[in-house]
Every structure is written in C-alpha cells, then in structure tokens.
Design a protein. Structure first.
Length: 432
C-alpha cells in the first residue's frame, strides 16, 4: 500500500465509522418509543426525525463548503485563512440556526402540512419538534466544525463526537423516559442533550488539538468583500445542488407511494441498500475533499492527480465489493428487514435494480469529494441540475409504460448522469 492509499484510508475509515453511527441516534429514539405501547409514538418520532433530516440536509453546505476551503488554505500554509474559514462558517451557522428558531412555528406547520400525518401523530410530532428545534445551533455549529476538521485531514474527531453523542443520547433518553416517566418529551430532550454534548466535545477537542492557531488572530469585520463573496458563492452552489438532490429523493418516495403501500415498502427497503453503499463511498469522498483540496491549494499537480487516481481505484474496489454483496445477499438482507410476504415477493421483481446502484452511483460520490475539495462547486451544481432533468424526464417518459421499473431506471440514469457530467467537467477544467 503506497503513501496516497494510506492518506486516503486514514481519513476514509474514521469517516465511514462516523457515517454508520450517525443513524443510530434515530434508531435509539425509535427503539425507546417502540416500547411505549402506542404506535403513534413511533410515528411521531419518524415524522419529527424526517422534518429535521430534511431541514438540516438543506444546510449541509456548512460542512461541505468548510472542508474544501479549509483544505486549500492548509495546503497553502495560510493558517490565518484556515481560521477565517472556520469563523465565517460558524457565524453563518449561528445566523441560520437563530432564523430556524425564530421561524419555528411556520416551519413546523409547513412541514407537517407537507407530510400530512394523522391527528394523534401530528400532536406528538409537534411536541417533539418544539423541543428538538432548540438544538439547531448545536447541529449546524457541529456541521461547521466537522467540515473544518475534515479539511484539516482529521476525520477522527467527528468519529469520536458521533460515538459520544450516541452514548449520551442512550443514557439521557433512558433516564428521562424510564427514570422520570416522560414520553415523547423525554426522547426529544435526550436528543437535544446529545446534540449540545456533541458540540461541547467537538469544541473541547478543537481546543486540545488546535488552540495554537489562536495566534493568528482574525477579525471577520476586516475581511475583504471578495473573501465573503467567495465563501457565499461556494455555499450557494452547494445549497442549490442539495435542493436538486432533495427534490429527486422526495419525488422518488412520493412516486412510489402513489403506486400503493407494497411498492412504497419495496422501494424504501431497496433504498436502504443504496444508503449502506453511501456510508462507505462518503468516506472516500471526505478523503477527496481533504487531500485534493490540500494539494490543489499547494499547487502540487503530481500529488493531486495521484490522489484522484487512487480514489477511483478504491471506488472500483467498492463497486465490485458491494455489487457482489448485493447479488449474493440482497434478498436475504431484505428478508431480515421485513417478514411481510407481499413485500418480500414483490421485492424479487425489483431487487436487481439494487445491483446497478454501486455501478451507477460510485463515480458521483468520488467526484463530489474532489469537486468540494477544489471548490469547483459550480460543476457540482451543473451536474446535479442536468441529472435531475434526466430523472424527471425519465419519470415522465418511462413510468407510464414501465411502472415502478421506469422509476428505478430514472433513478439509475440520474446517478450515472451525475458521474458522467462531472467526469467531462473534470477533464475539461479541473485536471490541473
């Protein structure tokens, strides 16, 4: 294993562990309410979690934008700029989180109107939302810090923070629910406590490892307008790109729902296979953000191109691995997730689409990491826009004759188009 592979794995492996542990926060909450004796509690947590997942996903640019700009500044050995990127991102995350808190009532009502839960679930979901929304400064602040840590090629800190959050969430929720007799309020407070605990640990680890950077005293008030414009341009592109991703995923879910409960269940289960793939591919994307950004900022053409080649080498390995796993174990895995005979039987007609997901989607994950690292965010936006257009045109043209197969073909084309467009853009403008 050469030096570049070691650098990639040092960042990718902790990031993969982080990605796998993050969903445990939701699973812990679901497991606790699942023993309260009323299905409405489970529905409330599901709806509440969905709301915050959608809201926070839109603001994921705070993490992605920070990592690329930080990595480039580190590559140039511009420690003052490294600190400025962190301060700008935290300032923006604080402004956004305060806006979310101020507008929490219309935001809650809009999201509940969109999801349309039953009356009993709606009331409990509102209670959950009203408590957890106060964690937005912690969540978005942690986005900024996590992106900055990745840009500094330190993915171990986000991993430690994620694991600690799960421990705190389990302990706090169990104490509040079973110790104090609370219901949804206890689960929500446990989540809130875990979010601020995560922020506190991240800040403590920053102080432990990076307080020496305080020697570069920076003032955002003295920043050049061009620096802020660059910061907002990068984050604007990522924000708009994320909206395209959200639109595609939401429509995919709603199009499945319109075909009935069985097809919705099948599509949801098959997407879990894609989600599992994303946990691993995102780890290598994070490595691309950190290393490509570093060498792009340093102007080191040879190292930059080596990292790109090695990343795609790991991408090919992941495609082979996950394709084999899905072909051999796809149906057994689905039977672990559900024992509903109708869903299992219907899955047999569609499971082979899951075999294509690693092949179709791997390149887009790798390119996203590279493009974020070199702050080629306009390319990410353009590829997502074109791919989303391909998806919706495919849905309109294919679902009428192919049904759910047309929906899945449109999704595969969407994933492949992102990778193809980014490949063309890379060789045209970003091969250094």
């Amino acid at each position: 294993m050469n030096q570049r592979d070691q650098q990639i794995l040092q960042i990718a492996l902790p990031a993969i562990v982080t990605n796998i542990t993050v969903p445990l926060l939701g699973l812990v909450d679901t497991a606790i309410v699942g023993h309260m004796g009323d299905a409405a509690y489970i529905g409330a947590i599901a709806v509440g979690s969905m709301i915050f997942n959608l809201v926070y996903w839109v603001f994921a640019f705070l993490r992605m934008g920070s990592s690329g700009m930080t990595a480039q500044a580190r590559g140039r050995r511009d420690m003052a700029e490294v600190m400025k990127v962190l301060m700008r991102s935290i300032a923006v995350s604080l402004a956004i989180s305060l806006t979310v808190i101020i507008l929490q009532v219309p935001l809650r009502e809009m999201m509940l109107w969109f999801i349309q839960p039953t009356a009993d679930v709606r009331q409990l979901a509102s209670t959950y939302f009203n408590i957890v929304v106060w964690g937005s400064p912690a969540v978005l602040g942690l986005y900024s810090l996590s992106g900055w840590f990745i840009g500094m090629q330190n993915s171990r800190v986000p991993m430690v923070v994620s694991m600690m959050q799960n421990v705190v969430n389990i302990i706090a929720s169990l104490c509040l629910v079973y110790g104090l007799g609370m219901k949804v309020e206890g689960v929500a407070l446990g989540t809130l406590i875990a979010q601020y605990a995560g922020l506190a640990v991240a800040m403590g680890l920053w102080w432990h490892y990076y307080r020496r950077l305080l020697r570069w005293r920076v003032s955002l008030w003295k920043d050049k307008i061009a620096d802020w414009l660059m910061f907002f341009r990068v984050n604007r592109d990522i924000f708009l790109r994320t909206l395209f991703l959200v639109a595609v995923n939401l429509y995919f879910t709603s199009a499945g729902a319109r075909q009935g409960a069985v097809i919705l269940a099948v599509n949801t289960l098959l997407m879990q296979l894609y989600l599992f793939l994303s946990y691993f591919m995102d780890g290598f994307a994070y490595a691309g953000e950190a290393l490509c950004g570093r060498y792009w900022g340093a102007g080191n053409r040879e190292a930059y191109q080596q990292v790109v080649r090695q990343l795609f080498g790991w991408g090919v390995a992941m495609v082979i691995l996950f394709s084999a796993i899905y072909i051999i174990g796809g149906m057994p895995f689905l039977r672990l997730l559900t024992d509903e005979p109708q869903v299992v039987e219907a899955s047999r007609d569609y499971v082979w689409w899951a075999y294509l997901l690693p092949v179709a989607g791997a390149a887009a994950f790798i390119w996203d990491g590279i493009f974020i690292g070199i702050t080629a965010t306009r390319g990410m936006l353009l590829s997502s826009c074109i791919a989303a257009a391909v998806f919706f045109v495919g849905v309109i043209g294919l679902m009428g004759s192919m049904g759910n197969h047309g929906l899945w073909l449109s999704m595969v084309l969407y994933l492949a188009t992102r990778g193809v467009v980014q490949t063309i853009l890379y060789h045209r403008s970003y091969s250094m």
